[in-house]
Design a binder for this molecule. Structure first.
Ligand code: ZN
Ligand code: ZN
Length: 738
C-alpha cells in the first residue's frame, strides 16, 4: 500500500525524474517515478502520507519545471513487489507540449555576469538552461534553436561546447550566446559595453531611455528624479496613473522599510518576477502614485537590467511599458523610435521578439496571489479546468483587456494580456496571438465563443474563422471564469461587479448577481438601471454619470458646481425626452460617479481612474455604512447617493464617506447572497468583475462572507477584470454543451 502523485506541466526534459529519485533516496522511500502522457507519475510504497513528500517536491522543483496541476491518490495497492526506488522506463506517449514562459535570470548566471574571468562577463544576454527568454523568442515547437529567433546567431566554439556537454549548465540551452557570437545592444554607431555605460550615465543624469527587454520595450528613468518622471507623465498623457518601479534586489526594499510577506518575497524572487503591488505608506513615492499608496515593484529580471543598475546611483528605476496610449508595447526598433519620442537614447538589440509579453501584475490578498495582469512569466502556461468535450474550442475574449483562450483536453491555454482592441495595432497583435498559439500548441478549434456584442472586433474576427460560433454574455463569462478556476460546476452564487457589458435585454449590465443551479444560470439581482448618457463615452466622463444618477432618481439635495450646470440641464432634457437612452446597471460606473462627485474628477484619465482614487482614500477600522435596500431584484441607488451628498455637504471627512460607501457595497453584496441562500440553499459565492480589483472592497466582502459561514471563491490565475472573459466563455460552453 502506498500513494500516487501525478504532476502535470513542464516536468519532462527538465531533470524531473532524477530530482524525484534523489529526493526519494534522501527520504529512504521505495517506489518509482515515470513519465506519463502529460506529466510525471510517482508511486511511493509504505504506510505514509503523501503530504510531506509532495510539499518537499513542490518547494524544491528543478529550476525549469513548472507544475501546472497535481493530484494525489492515497491507499494505492500495486501488484508488483517494490524493494527500492527506481526510475521506470518511459512510455512513449503523445502528450501535449507545453511551452515555458520567459524566466528571470538565475543566480548562477547573475554571478557569472559579474565574474571577470568568465567568458560571458558583462554579457547583457547571458542565460542558461535554468533561465532566460522562452515564449518571447519561440516561433514554433519543438523548442529547438532553429524554431526560435536565436536561429540567426551561430554559436562560437566556447558556447557550442557548453551547449553540447551534458554536464554543463548550458547543455541544450537554446538561447545560449556570448559577447562574441550572440545578440548585441546597439544604438546608432554605439554598441556593447560602451553603449550600456552611456545609458547608465543618462539614467544618472535624469534622462529618459528606451530599453528593449524580454517581451517588449520599457521606457526607463530614475524614479526619484521628479523632473524626468513628470516629463514621462506628459509624454504618456498620464498625470495620475501609477508607475511600476524596478529595483536591483530586495536590499533596496529593506532600505526603504518595505516589508514583503513570505509569500510575496517568494514570488518576487522567483523566476516569474512579476510586478507586485504593495501598499507603501511613504510620501517619497507620492509622484509615483498620486492616487494612493499602492506601488508596483519588480526586481531587475534580465542581465541587461542588472548591468544598468551596476553603477546606477539611484535606488529605483521606472520601467514602464514602451507604448503610447492604447497601443501594444513596441517590440521593434522602428516602432520604438517612431513612437517613444520621449526617449533620448535607446538600447536596441538584435534578438527579435517573436511573442510580445508585458510585465505581469500581481497583488496578494489573504497571503494568496491575486492576478491583475497575466502575461510575462505566466503565459503561455495553461490553467487546468474540468472538461469533458472531445473537441477543441476557443474563447475570443472581451473588447477591453482582451485575451484568447484555447481549450484542449483539461487545459485552458490563455494567451498573454493583449489589451484594448481599440485600434489597428492592437487588433493586429490579437490576430498574431491567435495564429501563433494555434500553431505552437497544434490547436484546431471547432467552435469559437464570443461576446454578445455584435460590433466587437473579436466577434467580427470569429465570423472570419468560418467555424460555428456561440455567444456568452459578458458577466456570465466573468462568473464562469471564476468557476473554472475553482472547479465549480453548479450551486454557485455569482457576484459580478464590473464596468460594462451588453446584457441579453439590450441594456448595459455590470452590477449583477447570478445563480447557477441545476445547470441553469439565472440573473437574480442587479443594480437599478440608470441612463448611460453618451454610451461608452461615460467611461471617460464619470461626472456625467453622477449627474445622470441625480436626474434619473430625482435626487435634489446636491449642489451642482457651476461648471457642470450646463451639462446638468442638458442631461435633464435628454432624460425627459427619453430619446435613444441606453440604460446601465454597472457597479463600476456607480463607483466612478461617486468618486467623481466626492473628488471633483471630471475626466477619467484611464478606466476606473475615479474609482481607484476613491479606494485610495479608504481608512481601515471604520465600520459604518449607509442605509441601502434591495427590492424586487434591484439594488436601490437613491438613498445611498442622497446620504453621501448630505454627508459631503455637512463637511464630513472624505475618507470616512468613502469608507462608508465601500462598506455599504460590501454589505449589499453580502445581503444579496443571503437572499440567494434563502431562496436556493446555496452558500458558495464566487466574486468576479473589475470592481473586485478594488482590494479594500474585496477584503471587506471576503471577511463578511467568512464570518457568516459562506464559502467564498476568488480568481487566482486570471484577473477578475476582462482578462478573464475568454476563460469564462469556454467554461460556459463546456458546462452547457455536454
Ligand atoms: Zn541562468
Ligand atoms: Zn559564444
Amino acid at each position: 500500500m502506498g500513494f500516487k502523485i501525478l504532476l502535470r506541466g513542464i516536468v519532462q526534459g527538465v531533470g524531473f525524474r532524477p530530482f524525484i529519485y534523489n529526493l526519494a533516496l534522501k527520504n529512504g522511500l521505495k517506489g518509482y517515478v515515470e513519465n506519463s502522457s502529460d506529466g510525471v507519475e510517482i508511486f511511493v510504497d509504505g504506510e505514509t502520507s503523501a503530504e510531506g513528500f509532495l510539499d518537499e517536491i513542490l518547494s524544491n522543483l528543478p529550476p525549469l519545471a513548472y507544475v501546472i496541476d497535481y493530484s494525489v491518490e492515497e491507499d494505492v495497492t500495486l501488484d508488483e513487489h517494490i524493494e527500492r526506488f527506481y526510475i521506470k522506463k518511459s512510455r512513449q506517449t503523445a502528450g501535449i507540449t507545453f511551452v515555458s514562459p520567459d524566466t528571470a535570470i538565475c543566480s548562477d548566471c547573475k554571478e557569472e555576469l559579474f565574474d571577470e574571468k568568465h567568458h560571458k562577463y558583462m554579457y547583457p544576454f547571458i542565460n542558461c538552461t535554468n533561465c532566460g527568454p522562452r515564449y518571447s523568442i519561440m516561433e514554433n515547437i519543438p523548442y529547438d534553436r532553429s524554431n526560435t529567433s536565436m536561429k540567426y546567431f551561430k554559436m562560437c566554439s566556447v558556447c557550442q561546447s557548453e551547449y553540447d556537454e551534458p554536464e554543463n549548465r548550458r547543455f541544450h540551452a537554446q538561447p545560449n550566446a556570448c559577447n562574441v557570437c550572440g545578440p548585441k545592444v546597439y544604438f546608432k554607431d554605439l554598441s556593447g559595453k560602451k553603449l550600456i555605460e552611456i545609458a547608465r550615465k543618462y539614467l544618472n543624469d535624469g534622462k529618459i531611455i528606451g530599453v528593449k527587454g524580454i517581451g517588449g520595450y520599457h521606457i526607463m528613468c530614475d524614479a526619484m528624479r521628479h523632473e524626468a518622471v513628470s516629463r514621462l507623465r506628459d509624454f504618456k498623457s498620464r498625470k495620475f496613473k501609477p508607475f511600476a518601479l524596478m529595483i536591483k534586489d530586495k536590499n533596496t526594499l529593506m532600505k526603504y522599510n518595505i516589508n514583503l510577506s513570505l509569500e510575496e518575497e517568494k514570488l518576487f524572487e522567483s523566476k516569474i518576477a512579476p510586478i507586485i503591488i504593495k501598499e507603501i505608506d511613504d510620501n517619497r513615492f507620492f509622484h509615483i502614485n498620486p492616487l494612493g499608496k499602492n506601488i508596483g515593484i519588480m526586481k531587475a529580471y534580465t542581465p541587461l537590467h542588472l548591468l544598468l543598475f551596476d553603477g546606477f546611483k539611484g535606488d529605483f528605476l521606472i520601467a514602464t511599458s514602451g507604448n503610447i496610449k492604447d497601443e501594444p508595447i513596441a517590440i521593434d526598433e522602428k516602432t520604438a523610435e517612431e513612437r517613444l519620442s520621449v526617449c533620448e537614447l535607446f538600447l536596441h538589440n538584435d534578438r527579435e521578439i517573436v511573442n510580445r509579453v508585458d510585465d505581469s501584475l500581481v497583488r496578494f490578498v489573504n497571503e494568496k496571489p491575486y492576478m491583475l495582469r497575466r502575461s510575462r512569466g505566466y503565459a503561455p502556461l495553461p490553467v487546468v479546468i474540468r472538461n469533458r468535450l472531445q473537441k477543441e474550442i476557443v474563447g475570443l475574449g472581451a473588447h477591453l483587456k482582451s485575451s484568447i483562450c484555447f481549450v484542449k483536453n483539461d487545459y485552458a491555454f490563455i494567451s498573454q494580456y493583449i489589451g484594448d482592441l481599440e485600434n489597428y495595432e492592437a487588433q493586429n497583435f490579437y490576430e498574431e496571438v491567435y495564429e501563433r498559439m494555434k500553431r505552437l500548441f497544434r490547436l484546431n478549434p471547432a467552435v469559437a465563443i464570443t461576446d454578445l456584442h455584435p460590433d466587437f472586433f473579436s466577434t467580427k474576427f470569429a465570423k472570419r474563422l468560418k467555424i460555428p460560433t456561440f455567444e456568452v454574455q459578458h458577466h456570465i463569462a466573468h462568473m464562469y471564469a471564476n468557476m473554472a478556476e475553482n472547479s465549480l460546476t453548479d450551486n454557485v452564487i455569482g457576484i459580478v461587479f464590473d464596468g460594462t457589458g451588453l446584457g441579453d435585454d439590450g441594456k448595459i449590465w455590470g452590477g449583477e448577481v447570478f445563480v447557477v443551479k441545476e445547470g441553469k444560470t439565472k440573473r437574480e439581482i442587479h443594480l437599478e438601471y440608470t441612463p448611460l448618457i453618451g454610451g461608452e463615452s461615460a467611461i471617460k466622463n464619470p461626472y456625467r454619470m453622477f449627474l445622470s444618477y441625480i436626474v434619473h432618481f430625482g435626487i435634489d439635495n446636491a449642489e451642482i458646481d457651476e461648471k457642470y450646470l450646463k451639462e446638468y440641464e442638458l442631461i435633464k432634457k435628454v432624460i425627459k425626452n427619453n430619446v435613444n437612452i441606453v440604460e446601465t446597471s454597472s457597479m463600476g460606473r456607480f463607483f466612478e460617479a461617486i468618486g467623481a462627485y466626492l473628488l471633483g474628477i471630471e475626466q477619467n484619465e484611464f478606466e476606473a481612474h475615479s474609482a481607484i482614487a476613491l479606494e485610495g482614500l479608504c481608512v481601515d477600522g471604520y465600520d459604518e455604512s449607509y442605509e441601502a435596500h434591495i427590492l424586487d431584484g434591484e439594488i436601490k441607488v437613491k438613498k445611498i447617493v442622497e446620504n453621501i451628498i448630505s454627508d459631503f455637504k455637512n463637511g464630513e471627512d472624505i475618507g470616512k464617506i468613502t469608507t462608508k460607501f465601500h462598506n455599504t457595497v460590501a454589505d449589499l453584496i453580502f445581503r444579496s447572497a443571503i437572499k440567494m441562500k434563502e431562496k436556493y440553499n446555496i452558500n458558495r459565492v464566487s466574486l468576479s468583475g473589475g470592481v473586485f480589483q478594488n482590494i479594500f472592497l474585496l477584503r471587506k466582502t471576503v471577511n463578511l462572507f467568512k464570518k457568516n459561514g459562506f464559502e467564498v471563491f476568488l480568481h487566482k490565475n486570471v484577473p477578475s477584470n476582462d482578462g478573464c472573459i475568454s476563460l469564462g466563455q469556454v467554461y460556459f460552453y463546456i458546462l452547457n454543451n455536454r
